[in-house]
Design a protein around this ligand. Sequence first.
Ligand SMILES: Nc1ncnc2c1ncn2[C@@H]1O[C@H](COP(=O)(O)OP(=O)(O)OP(=O)(O)O)[C@@H](O)[C@H]1O
Ligand SMILES: [Mg+2]
Length: 234
Amino acid sequence: MLSLKNLRVNHGPLTALWDVSLDVRRGEKVGLLGANGAGKSTTMGAIVGLYPRASGTITYDGQVLERPSTAQTVAGGIALVPEGRRLFAAMSVLENLEMGVYAAANRKDRAASLARVYQLFPILREKATQNAGELSGGQQQMVAIGRALMSRPRLLLLDEPFIGVAPKLIDEILSALHSIAAEGVTMILVEQNTHRALDFVERAYVIENGHTVLEGSREQLLADPTFAAKFLGL
Ligand SMILES: Nc1ncnc2c1ncn2[C@@H]1O[C@H](COP(=O)(O)OP(=O)(O)OP(=O)(O)O)[C@@H](O)[C@H]1O
Ligand SMILES: [Mg+2]
C-alpha cells in the first residue's frame, strides 16, 4: 500500500532523513520506533507532503507521490494525527472535528463520520460545544484522532498519540484504534514506549539518525538482543 525507498529529507541545511525505507501492506499495523530526533515525525510529514523529498521515492497505492498537497493525500485516503495534536484551542470540539472534512467527497458523509467518531469517543459528544483547549490531554488526543477520521482515511498515521495522556484514556484510545483497524484501516504508529507499541503493532521499523536500521515482526524484535538492549532496557 505504502512504500518508502531510500527517502532523504532535509530541513533547510540539516538532513533529517538520510535513507529511510519501509513497506506497509494493506490492513497492517506497523510501528515506527526510534530515539528523540531520529526522524520519525519527519518521515510521517514527508508521507503527507509537509516536507519535500531531497531524493528517494514514496509509492502509495502503486502511484509514485511527488510532493503531494494536503488535499491530494486526503483524497488518497491518508490522514495524519500530528505530534502534539495541533488543535485549535479556542475553537469548539465540533469545529475541530469538522476541520478534518476537506474533500467534497467527504462532505456528504459528514454526519455518518461524526456519528462514528462519537461512537468511538462518546465523551466528545458531551464536550462538542466546549473549546478544545479546555479538555484534558487524553480528550484532546481523541479530538485529534477524530478529526483525522472525519476524512475517512484508509491509511492513518499516528505520531506519538499517547504523550500527556492519562493511563485510563490510553486504554480507551487503544481500544478505539483496535476498532478502527478492524474496519480495515491501515496504521503507522510512532511511539516512544516500545512495550506499548509492540503490544499494538504486528511489525515495526527502527529509525536511527535518519536511517532505517532494523525491521521485524513483534516476535523477531523482542527476540533480537540488539533491539532488546536499546529499546527494552534489558
Ligand atoms: N521543522 C524543522 N526544521 C528544522 N529541523 C527540524 C525540523 N523538524 C525536525 N527537525 C530536525 O530533524 C531531525 C529529525 O526530527 P524529527 O522531529 O523527525 O524526529 P523524531 O524522531 O520525530 O523525534 P521526537 O521523538 O523528538 O519527536 C532532528 O534533528 C530535528 O531537530
Ligand atoms: Mg517526532
